[in-house]
Design a protein around this ligand. Structure first.
Ligand code: ZN
Length: 441
């Protein structure tokens, strides 16, 4: 558990500020919650939420419950929400902006800058940045993350996979971490098998970067079938032209059993189609059970840079996809790396961008970063509902408009019934020495 505590200046040296890439303070051991008392739900009711182990067992009007177990969390003033899930991160690249500095702001420049850095990046650097990025997500309320991770050409090709597997082990009590290995055309099948053996859960990749997109898409689906994994591909991360990937992908996975994860990230090109084309794409993905992940902050940054007039937004047509029956999630993709120099690792930021750039209403935007994200990721349903998993975010807010517009900092994060982070803003006297973050015992 972490908290912001004003530090009184009793020594001559003021505390040094945290460097931009430093991890947030460590969390204390997670603590089980038996009841959240007097918390507000999105429908306005004030309730007690009873939890037994990893299940919400009852939600009753506040004060109407029987005697609770020993661990009661005072939820008064807080809104109880399903905890966010981040369906598409690149933890191995996160927080590397300062070390990479791409020459331009488009996807090609970002890839070049990252490849130049990746030649020398070692497992320790990857691990340190990935751990810091994951902890930022948890502190903001995210309890499940799917991260893509590169294979490397120079040195140990699996060092990124191993670094993320290490992060998963270290954060096992606070975060569900799925790892999708980014397979390139030059990666032989044995390397992919080794990546899965080293901890990758899903086959990933960006076949639109391959010389033969259709052949590479077939190869990646073949590998997922051979290895018994799900698949999560970067699909059509561009606005003009067509490599035919979407048709190949949806045809190949349409016969998979329903529970097997198949995800299409980005899908920017669909946003540039006319309405009949968008409806056909939605039909194909809905019929094939493909979940779509839109990534507003990164694609708003990367796409449309060649269009000075009426610059396109680079997002898929989220409303049309939802109307067509597609399961849609939203994430951030890159955070403070060559592909996007900004981002707060906060689902409220992604939801805000969905409201302004994808024209979603507040409730739908929040759904895409929480319940929709969990569905795309193949996770069990969560939220303050009997029978669901108690992965919850408590925010000091009156309604979802406060959450998304203000991104209120006072948050309590509960994962599988246990508090994994708690944070509050502290008002300080500005004439006393600096304030810093300290770990609570
Ligand atoms: Zn990505």
């Amino acid at each position: 558990m972490e908290t912001l505590t004003p530090r009184r200046g009793d020594s001559a040296e003021p505390p040094a500020p945290l460097p931009a890439t430093a991890p947030l303070p460590a969390t204390a051991p997670p603590r089980q919650v038996d009841r959240i008392a007097g918390v507000r739900l999105l429908d306005g009711r004030e309730v007690d939420v009873d939890i037994a182990g990893e299940t919400v067992v009852a939600v009753r009007a506040a004060g109407a419950s029987a005697a609770p177990g020993p661990a009661v969390l005072d939820g008064r003033g807080f809104l109880a929400l399903t905890a966010p899930a981040e369906p598409h991160a690149h933890l191995d690249k996160a927080l590397s902006w300062g070390a990479t500095r791409p020459a331009g702001g488009d996807l090609g420049a970002a890839i070049e800058a990252w490849r130049a850095h990746a030649v020398t990046v070692d497992a320790e650097e990857i691990h340190g940045r990935a751990l810091a990025a994951a902890r930022r997500l948890v502190a903001n309320g995210t309890t499940a993350v799917r991260s893509h991770v590169d294979l490397h050409s120079a040195g140990d090709p699996l060092r990124g996979v191993r670094a993320l597997a290490r992060v998963r082990e270290e954060l096992a009590e606070v975060l569900d971490l799925q790892i999708a290995v980014m397979v390139r055309q030059e990666d032989p099948a044995d390397r992919v098998r080794a990546a899965v053996a080293a901890g990758a859960d899903l086959i990933g990749g960006a076949p639109h970067l391959a010389s033969d997109t259709a052949a590479e898409t077939h190869r990646l689906v073949d590998l997922a079938e051979e290895l018994g994994t799900g698949i999560d591909l970067h699909v059509d991360e561009f606005l003009d032209g067509d490599h035919g990937m979407l048709a190949v992908f949806t045809e190949r996975v349409a016969s998979w059993e329903p529970a097997r994860v198949r995800t299409a990230g980005h899908c920017c090109r669909i946003g540039a189609m006319d309405a009949p084309g968008q409806a056909a794409a939605a039909d194909a993905m809905s019929g094939a059970g493909v979940g779509v992940v839109t990534l507003p902050i990164t694609n708003l940054y990367l796409q449309g840079r060649g269009a000075a007039t009426s610059t396109p937004r680079g997002l898929p047509p989220v409303r049309a996809l939802l109307d067509g029956g597609v399961t849609v999630a939203a994430g951030a993709d890159n955070v403070r790396d060559p592909f996007n120099p900004v981002g707060r690792s906060d689902a409220a930021e992604t939801a805000m961008l969905l409201v302004v750039a994808a024209h979603l209403d507040l409730e739908t935007a929040w759904h895409l970063v929480t319940d929709g994200a969990r569905e795309v990721m193949g996770l069990p349903p969560a939220g303050p509902v009997p029978g669901r998993r108690p992965d919850l975010l408590l925010v000091r807010a009156g309604g979802i408009d406060d959450v998304i517009a203000d991104a209120a900092a006072d948050r309590i994060v509960i994962r599988a019934g246990r508090v994994v982070s708690a944070r509050a803003v502290v008002v300080v006297d500005p004439f006393t020495p600096a304030t810093t973050c300290e770990e609570t015992p």
